[in-house]
Every structure is written in structure tokens, then in C-alpha cells.
Design a protein around this ligand. Sequence first.
Ligand code: SAH
Ligand code: SF4
Ligand code: F3S
Length: 444
Amino acid sequence: MEDSKHKLYIETYGCQMNVADSEVVVKILSEAGYDKTEMMEEADLILVNTCSVRENAEMRVRGRLNLFNQVKKKRPGLLIGVIGCMAERLKEKLVEEEKMVDIVVGPDAYRDLPRLVKVAGSGQKAINTLLSREETYADISPVRTDGNKISAFISIMRGCENMCAYCIVPYTRGAERSRNPQTIVEEAKKLVDNGFREITLLGQNVDSYKWTDGEIVNFPLLLEKVALVSPALRVRFATSHPKDMSDEVLYMMAKYPNICKSIHLPVQSGSTRLLGIMNRGYSREWYMNRINAIKTIVPECSVSTDIMVGFCGETEEDQQETMSLMMEVGYDFAFMFKYSERPNTYAARKMKDDVPEKVKVRRLNEVIALQNKLSEESKEKDLGKTYEVLVEGFSKKSKKDLSGRTSQNKVVVFPAENYKIGDYVMVRIERCTSATLIGVAIKL
Ligand code: SAH
Ligand code: SF4
Ligand code: F3S
């Protein structure tokens, strides 16, 4: 008898929203008879959820496609699909350029996957890259097969309309739309019932979350609803946009102990001139005003950021301003990138990518070196203090140690004793390495 269950192997690249989307995709396909497998060699369908934000993100996916093609040679009938942002950006072109790709599905068309897989199975190319103004997958419970069963992502909105000059996201993700708050709260409740202890609310710009159908719910109110689900549930969120982050959000963070004291506030550049060219919608002074509001209203809050060097027209003075801003803020952590021109963005159409590669690399190395120093200082400040740590797993180095994070999102390793994954443990920090705080559990 033929086995009616098919096997799906899925790889995910790009941001946390893609991780959340892959869980939705697994759910949609499980209802169409596909079980997830971790072994690509036994798959009937390989999907790769992709990112277009920088050129190297796309290059990595092309590399993976070559590998999948090798598998396909040994397994005729295997279907290969590209989903997510690269699918949206390239559409039909993807099947022309990558001959082995059978299926191309954009981020708003995942409900159509079961049909598209059938079409592809009958030997035709299957493509759906329609963007939607409404789709939020609100009614689909994602299948959380990866990870530690302690933390989960919940998408609260999709799309972006900010049109930062360098950014591909508005083109690959379409219009901004918020998800029904009730479905978000229900998903959080279900996660708590299933033993989860931490959720991260996701959106490209969570501060502009807005639900207006029936009741009016803005982001601070949504945060409150989710924080009230259970005091044992940690609530995180990303990403905040400096132009929209309100004091109201900060007061809500201060009010609820289970809203984590950590904000990711991408600055991109410390130069007001460059921020204008980027169309970020704020100045250096505005950004610093937001940082000061964080430090006043939520003093124990950690702050992380994204920095991009080498954008069109960036001068040495701009670079110096970025570095001086980094020092002024004293970031706990940062993601740092070199500008990578993305086709059809405003910058690609109207501006010159005029910072030489060598200069981009040098500037990137400068900000990385500076951030390493700042991250170290941030950890040294924690020495001798006691933090509540949510245990997420074992230390990578030793099964005798557990690993978790503080509310401020810093990784802490400590001797396991009798503690287990999912516990909240008070840990006194005794030393640190470049990436980790090391401590011992203390009994209160
Ligand atoms: N919505 C978030 C960021 C989304 S993309 C925000 O507005 O802050 C994540 C990060 O990738 C950005 O913060 C930016 O630093 C970087 N990025 C985006 N486009 C890029 C490009 N063309 N080249 C290099 N880095 C880019
Ligand atoms: Fe891109 Fe700007 Fe939207 Fe962030 S806010 S996703 S950087 S356009
Ligand atoms: Fe990349 Fe798309 Fe996320 S371009 S950063 S995967 S929204």
C-alpha cells in the first residue's frame, strides 16, 4: 500500500518573521498530508524560506539550491520550492534562473501551497506571488517543531510601508496590516498551556500596530493584553522603530515585570544628514530623545540596534557620528551590516552606491570593534548582580551547565544542580566571556 503521508523538509533564512512564517507553512502543509522531516534525503518536498535584504542573503540560498538539486538527481519526483522574500522579489525569473525550482510562493500566498504542490506534482511550474492587503494567517496555529518549546514567536503584523531608501522589505512583504488582537492573545494562552514561557511579538515596526475593527488596540494596549495572559510568561517584541516608539510603550514595560526589559531600536546611522537620505524619518536628536526616555522610564532596560555603514554618500564625518552615537548610547548589542544595493529600491533607482567596497569593509570593521568593546562594558556592569534567568537549554559546552537569558536578553550560563529547562532561576553573575555571563544559582 502506498504511504499516504509525504515528507516535507524546510530550511529558513532571514529574519524572525520568516521563522514564524515557516511554522505557518508547516501547519498548512500538514493538513495537506505532509509531515515535517529533518532529513532532506527522505523528503518529497523541499522548501527554502528566503531573504532578500542583502545580496549575500540571496547568494546563500542559491548555494543551498545547488545542493537540493544534487538530492533531486537521486530522487526523481522530489519537488523543490522557493518561498518568502526572494520568491516575491524574483517571481517567474526564479524558475528561469534556477531550473530545478518547481514552486515559487510569496509571503502572502502560503494558503495556496497545497494546490501549488499538486500543480507542481503534475509537472507544471507552480507560482503564486500575489501580495495581499488583508492576509495575517490569524486563524492558523503555527506548528512549533523547532526550538526548545520554551520560547515562541507570534507575528502581530505583516508588511512595511516605511520606504527606507535602501530597503527591499516593503516590496517583498507588501502593505502593512495588523492582526486581530484576540487571535494573538489566544495564541499566547495556548502556548502557555503547552508549557511555553516566552513569546516574542513580531513585526517590522511593532509601534505602528493598530487594530480598529470593533475595539481600538494600539501596540501598548496589545502588550498589556499579552502580559496579562500569565505572569509566568515573558513577553518580548521586535522591531521598534525610533520614529514611532512612544512613551506609552515604555510605561507599559515599566508596569509589568513580565514584559522583558530589552528594546531593539535600529538606528542605522548616527548622522542626521544620512538618516535624511535614508528616509528614516528621524534625526540623531530625536533618536537620542527616545534613548533618554528609555533610560528614564525603564532604567534597567538594555538597548540593542542595527547599524548600516557605507550607504550612498556616506562620508568619514558620518562614520564618526555613527561611532560617537554608539558610544553615547552604550549599546548592549548590535547587528552591523555593509550597505548592499537592492534592485528597484529608491536608492538603487535614484542614488549612487558610491562608497568603495574597501571603505565599507573598513568602516564595518571599525563599528564592529567599537561594539565589541561596548558589549564587553555592558557585561562587566552585570558582574556581582543577581538576575532572574529563564532556562532555555543546556550550555553548548557542558551538560552540567544550563543556559538561559535575563530579562535584558543577555545569555547566562550556570551550574545545573537540580534546575531544569523552563525554570526561572535567580543567578548571581560572577564572571563573563565575550558572549556570555557566567554565574551561580542563589536560593532566596
Ligand atoms: N524593520 C526593521 C529592520 C528590518 S531589516 C527596521 O526598520 O529597523 C534588518 C536590518 O537589515 C535593518 O535594520 C538594516 O540595518 C539592514 N538592512 C536593510 N536593508 C539593507 C541593505 N540594503 N543593505 C544592508 N543592510 C540592510
Ligand atoms: Fe525596511 Fe525601513 Fe521597513 Fe525596516 S522600517 S523593514 S528598514 S523599510
Ligand atoms: Fe529578509 Fe524578508 Fe525578513 S527580506 S529580513 S526575510 S522580511
